[in-house]
Write a protein that binds this ligand. Structure first.
Ligand SMILES: C[S@@+](CC[C@H](N)C(=O)[O-])C[C@H]1O[C@@H](n2cnc3c(N)ncnc32)[C@H](O)[C@@H]1O
Length: 268
């Protein structure tokens, strides 16, 4: 079972609609809101910045960018017309936002068109991240900033003890939630190779205990992947999902994913 995002245009439209709901659910999660606010506040945006978000999905991050006072315009691109339809609908009240359909590896913009490029939980899903970084480099002005926030999905865990069966579900989930679960750890090297100066990095720990709604969608995908691979039966997959929900109801659920943020500058 491959990462659904890595070939999003081929994914069944009902599944893309479900993905749209999950993206908005995640964007509303208080910890995810805090991570985004925290890194946006730390960015040295120039006045009247022109910003590009690559892989904007339903536009949750694009809308947050558009609310920053020093940002003049935000362009959002994504290959999925279904996700872009949601993005356009949800940003009707924003005059400084424009969405277009595009692949990150072949951006429809002239060289040096943007001051800042943002990749928020997108790069880990795209086969050929080197090409994405080259395109980000090309469309950035000299001294322009690239901000990457992505899941260090190799860190995903649901275990609350040794031999916890939910940890097997976490291991199965990481194989389907990202094309490259190690990308965050490779990024400093990849960025330098592309010609960026890495200005800084930091990690964020997303741990779900009380409010596990988004994390349970990941548990479901892990259980579904184990079932699809033929390792477990449908009834065990259901029982594992139920176990996660029971723990959440009883205040006994734990889920962890760490994220990394890197800030890089295009060298003049
Ligand atoms: C996890 S979502 C993140 C969406 C948005 N950045 C957010 O955080 O809400 C990953 C996004 O990457 C997009 N994507 C997948 N392949 C892509 C590609 N080749 N070029 C650009 N975006 C891509 C998907 O369609 C999806 O919207």
């Amino acid at each position: 079972m491959p990462d659904v995002y890595s070939n999003i245009r081929e994914v069944d439209s009902a599944i893309q609609e479900r993905i749209a709901d999950i993206l908005e659910l995640r964007a509303a999660d208080p910890q995810q809101v805090e991570f985004l606010d925290h890194y946006l506040k730390s960015l040295p945006f120039a006045e009247q910045s022109q910003v590009l978000e690559i892989g904007c999905g339903t536009g949750a991050v694009t809308r947050s960018l558009a609310r920053c006072t020093c940002i003049s315009t935000v362009a959002g691109v994504d290959p999925s017309t279904i996700l872009l339809n949601h993005a356009r609908l949800l940003s009707q009240d924003y005059e400084n936002v424009q969405f277009s359909q595009a692949d990150a590896r072949e951006l429809p913009f002239d060289a040096e068109s943007f001051d800042t490029v943002v990749l928020h939980t997108t790069l880990c899903h795209i086969p050929g991240p080197e090409k994405v970084l080259e395109e980000a480099f090309r469309v950035l002005q000299k001294d322009g900033l690239l901000v990457i926030f992505d899941g260090d999905y190799a860190s995903t865990s649901f275990a609350i003890g040794d031999n916890d069966p939910l940890e097997a579900v976490a291991r199965a989930a990481v194989e389907v939630i990202a094309h490259d679960r190690w990308i965050v750890r490779k990024l400093p090297g990849l960025l330098r190779k592309t010609g960026f100066d890495v200005l800084g990095s930091r990690g964020y720990a997303y741990s779900a205990a009380c409010d596990a709604e988004y994390m349970l969608t990941i548990l479901d995908r892990g259980a579904d992947a184990l079932e699809a691979s033929g390792i477990i039966s449908a009834s065990l997959a259901l029982a594992l999902k139920d176990e996660g929900r029971l723990r959440a109801e009883q205040g006994n659920f734990f889920g962890l994913i760490t994220y990394g943020k890197l800030l890089a500058k295009k060298l003049s």
